[in-house]
Design a protein around this ligand. Sequence first.
Ligand code: SAM
Length: 271
Amino acid sequence: MVATPIGNLGDISTRALEILRQVQRIAAEDTRHSAALMRHYAIDTPMLSLHEHNERHKIDSLLSRLAAGESLALISDAGTPLISDPGYHLVQHCHQQGIAVVPIPGPSAVITALSASGLPTDRFSFEGFLPSRSGARTTRLQGLVNDPRTLVFYESPHRIVDSLRDMVAVFGAPRVVVLARELSKTFETIRYSTLGELLSWVESDPNQQKGEIVLLLHGADEPDPKAVDPEASRVAALLAEELPVKQAAALAAKITGAKKNALYKWLLGRE
Ligand code: SAM
């Protein structure tokens, strides 16, 4: 599994180049597209095509070649194979048949975008491409509305405006978002913004609706563990009108199931 550049041809490791020269064959998503990379690095290893539509069909012949000891490098048009790209079935079958799978690490748009996003990266969810129809897209987004992790989407240029509109409707205009476009290329753009502001900006500038795009959305705020349930605080406040604070907090906790200490502190805080 050999990662190749996501734009700038310089972003390929020396190990990846060595492997592409050494293997007997390179399986490429689009052999014509990858020919440019091969020409650039003077690699003349024979290529065969392995894409979304022929992967299952070609698996048996590829597995037989591998089982016979042939070496095969898998590349996609850009970035890391299998990341929103073909190869999953091949890798799964290799493992099932005891054929070694060796990853050669390198660029991927998801990690490249995250590293420059300024959003939390300790936990994130890669969501790939959203459904193309608005109804299905909205349903998918609604399932993510309370997710506290940074959400990363791949987006196509002709759907960016519609997707941003759906995101504003589901997550609200103030949610922080980052648009990472044309990474490592001439028109690289990284914009840290809110959903509402980003939508207006992208709508008003057709250049921002071009090229390759990653959208990264700030996760939902985690509920504050010290926050007091509104009903419990209402009961505590009423009781505190008649009783000492400590007693009011204890009684309100018994009535509502809220934490006595949290209610006590909340009552003291308003004094
Ligand atoms: N395998 C690739 C990877 O590792 O990132 C992803 C392939 S996927 C078919 C293509 C999508 O990745 C694009 O539509 C875009 O969302 C994202 N992408 C790829 N290259 C990019 C770049 N240079 N800048 C921004 N996004 C990019």
